[in-house]
Design a protein around this ligand. Sequence first.
Ligand code: GLC
Length: 560
Amino acid sequence: MRVDTAPKHAARSTSEWWRSAIIYQVYPRSFADSNGDGMGDLPGITSRMGSLASLGIDAIWLSPFMRSPQKDAGYDVSDYTDVDPLFGTLQDFDAMVSAAHAAGIRVLIDLVPNHTSSQHRWFQAALAAVEGSPEREFYHFKDGRGESGELPPNNWLSLFGGPAWTRTTNADGSLGQWYCHLFDSSQPDLNWENPLVQEAFEDILRFWLDRGVDGFRVDQPHAMGKAPGLPDHPDIERAGAGFIEGEPSPPMWFQESVHPIFRRWRAVLDSYEGERAMCGEAYVLPLSFMALWVRPDEFHQTFNFRFLDSEWNSQIIFETINESFAAFDAVGAPSTWVLSNHDVIRHASRMGGVKGRPTASDGIGPKSAQPDRELGLKRARAATLFTLALPGSMYLYQGEELGLPEHTTLADEFRQDPTFYRTGGVRVGRDGCRVPLPWEAGAGPANGFNSTGKAWLPQPEIYAEYSRDRQDGVQGSTLELYKLAIRLRKELKLGDGSFEWVPEFTNEKTLGFRNGEILVIHNFGSEPLQLPALKIVASSQNGLTLGATLSADQTVWLAV
Ligand code: GLC
């Protein structure tokens, strides 16, 4: 490992909150259920605000709670300015935002601009209208290929499996045009060339900003632009539904035409008081390409998917961190760090010996090899502690502070993810990371998620062991490790701090870096590591004392 040529990162004196924030993802369906119908809701979030505050986080990001037929767990919106009755009302939303703000927590909400639900009034109007009409211009409608239009207009594939096109039926029963959907057929892609679509979304931004939100997490922004004429993907065999890293943009991903849109959105956010911010789910790699999305007048942040995707191995993590600082420092943006979210296998399971790309959203089913729970949790705790010392902003996914594993034995009958259905069960999908949280062990069959025990996805029995009440105030628990590390990170200003590798500890077996006065060491090897005689500030290894050795798969923060 060439430490001498690796990038260093300088501390910042500017203090915009989003540069160093810890942002906790709330998945409303599974956070807390106040009315016992089995689906988490906004009053449930409000009722647990104290627990969020005690974690020490700066902000929450809420996955979608807007009106939706829930074909993709709310990422199929049918009304962008209303709350789905499943989750409550706009008044419940206001109450939740007030409670968050009173607790010193900012609120980001999920905005899904690439596609609407097929139930959205725009799409319903488009279906009812004739070919070439202004209503159809809201989406991508095209004639099929072949003699009678029986073939899809191009070779694009859906990320959830199958073709990216579905054929419509006309009012008289005859077969009509096709419409494009990069995800499920219930999620038609909007036509972002249409100024009416652009205006409508600026109004939607203002609607929520006026209601007091601190910003947005923007879903699939790199999918919004489509190459003029919607040409075939030139290399579909190699790219599948995605893109080939480092090669120019294919016709449906990261088109240049989207950047002016985000510059206008940034201006809208900047016109409001307070530091409103937006984070793009721009799945664009390498990171030097992604960095173009966080130039000073565009997104504030993007998710660092390289880090999320990285196997937890010293060489790969070394390269990933170097790539991150090189790319984001070049445009003056913070890197974000993320280990889990609602689309990937929870890192406590991923790190338990299961191979494969976490972002492939393949999931782990009862028929797959099962992860080693103990090993996975040990590595996950250490990986989190390591990551929390990196400068930049960090995203946490609800439940990871409990060390929660994936539900890996969920029966098929409960599955809801369209990935499962569109691939005939070959990819079991993302339900396993979306299971309701256990709050109090034995408080009803759903461990305090609600009082009735109903749950839209059943918890596995082992979840009781991970309940929050079993960990709160318990020395050495995963929850207390998160609280301690988040508190120290803030006190020591690590989020705005500096970064450089420490050569002595940077090799195939260990990684070591300094952030200000803190030396962080992670032991990737299989042998215990003799530590320098420095004060121990935090450690994933319980009971670690001065002069002791750091076991395999453990992290320590030392005071230099
Ligand atoms: C994003 C969301 C994912 C959703 C997809 C389509 O990747 O995180 O959950 O299925 O977009 O909206």
